[in-house]
Write a protein of this length. Structure first.
Length: 286
């Protein structure tokens, strides 16, 4: 099936399956440039998957294909059904919060629902409840100009989740925030997936963020881009896994070295996990 976003037939299929995906564009000189060539991966129920790669690897293009903003030139992108048999739904959260300044926080949070259908009283109640959960209950009737960057991103996250998605796409949503706020929002996503079983795909340049949040990290490289490595993340933490406890896990540095070496074009075998990383903690790749 060529150039399609097909809904999987099985109720219990993965929330996302990408099969034999190929896509490219025509350069100004008329030559064809292939971004992906027969890319294959899937995302399981309640799984958080990060995609990392050098700039230009096509990560944002991949999200545009998954979300339906672009049509793949060949291959299949399948979105699995809900448990009740209804079609799955994708929600896409960008780096910019895209708040509408003339709408209140509550009205901005409800915007995603408005794009699907008429807002009902139950939707308003759910929005207020979710805003309160994220510490925004007191500002629900305020306007975006009065909010900090972190608060605005929490509104954007609320807007994303209120559409009850089966799959959330996060395109570097926390990169412009201060470190403390980023950790708090990472915790929000980790808790969301654990609580509701929502699947998440995250594009990030921050290796630490990818490891701390994810069940699996996919490393894209080459041109055309291919999957250089898929790394299952298993961390030993004291108590529940959080953004901070994940970074303190004894396995963390080994995963960091493996991903960093992969980005530099070095072998990404498990032996790299034991290598000593030559970069400081907190480094972000270009």
């Amino acid at each position: 099936m060529k150039g399609s976003n097909a809904t999987a037939a099985s109720t219990f299929s993965e929330p996302l399956r990408v099969r034999q995906l190929s896509h490219g564009f025509e350069s100004p000189d008329g030559s064809a440039v292939t971004i992906f060539d027969r890319l294959d991966f899937s995302v399981g129920h309640g799984e958080i998957v990060s995609i990392v790669g050098r700039s230009g690897a096509g990560k944002s293009t991949l999200f545009n294909l998954i979300s339906g903003l672009l049509t793949p030139q060949s291959g299949v992108i399948s979105v699995g059904q809900r448990a009740d048999g209804e079609a799955g739904r994708i929600a896409y959260m960008l780096q910019k919060d895209l708040m509408m300044p003339w709408r209140t926080v509550l009205q901005n949070a409800l915007l995603g629902i408005e794009l699907y259908r008429k807002v009902q009283p139950d939707d308003v109640a759910s929005a207020r409840q979710m805003l309160a959960r994220y510490g925004l209950g007191a500002v629900a009737d305020a306007y975006p100009h009065s909010l900090s960057g972190g608060m605005r991103q929490r509104v954007a996250l609320t807007r994303t989740l209120l559409v009850d998605p089966t799959l959330v796409l996060l395109d570097e949503p926390f990169s412009a925030l201060d470190y403390e706020t980023r950790l708090a929002l990472e915790d929000d996503i980790i808790a969301l997936s654990a609580r509701s079983g929502t699947s998440v795909v995250l594009v990030t340049h921050d290796i630490e963020e990818a490891i701390a949040m994810s069940d699996r990290v996919i490393l894209l490289g080459g041109r055309p881009a291919r999957i250089e490595d898929q790394i299952e993340i298993e961390l030993t933490t004291h108590g529940p896994r959080t953004a901070v406890s994940a970074r303190e896990a004894p396995e963390f540095r080994g995963y960091h070295a493996r991903i960093w070496n992969g980005l530099r074009g070095q072998p990404t075998s498990r032996s790299a996990e034991a290598a000593q990383s030559s970069i400081p903690a907190g480094a972000v790749h270009d």
